[in-house]
Design a protein around this ligand. Sequence first.
Ligand code: ZN
Length: 225
Amino acid sequence: MRKLTYIGHSAFFIEKDWDGILIDPFISGNPKADFDFKKKRISHIIVTHAHLDHLGDAIAISKHTGAAIIAMVELANYCMEKGAKAIGVNIGGCLEFTWGSVRFLPALHSSSNPDLPYGGLAASVLLDIDGTTVYHAGDTGLMSEFSLIGELYNPYYALLPIGGYYTMDIKEAAMAAKMLFAMEIIPMHYNTFHNIKVNVDDFVNLIESQGQKCVPLEINGYVEL
Ligand code: ZN
């Protein structure tokens, strides 16, 4: 079974056979999330940057399950200081696991939290799960790097922030989808807070008008990989 489940905000859970990979697990702080990590097998936790709506419960989950956090080296060191297991990487790094690989790529954003003034650069990540590519853009503004990522890696799924204010808005995310040449676009980072409210149907229409498929997921909705 291979499945990509939307936990809410920018948090996703990928299951592949007996492995479980969490991305940006903002769970206990997110009233919309309904995900009990204790009932899941967690192998790795990928964190794109240090903001608390992305680092979320990563440290607590790592401590409880023994799953390693994979993050930019400054953020990984911080997680280790807090008692979590972590693997530090930098932009361009690609790590291989039994479930597939994760490559750290640029994002145009900051990375810090009240306890960590500098968390390294913010990242986006590209996962390859047995040949199915999933690009999670993290938090980012529109950037020309999307074209390079599209040309080199041609991601099948692109998980893109659309809420504006802290990241790209709908129009910019639609441009990013085009630049990435992605087959299916899954919107994220919207409607969690009052300042990132959007009408997701506007995004669906825009993506469809450019000949791509948009798959907005409900909380705990999923696609099969
Ligand atoms: Zn952020």
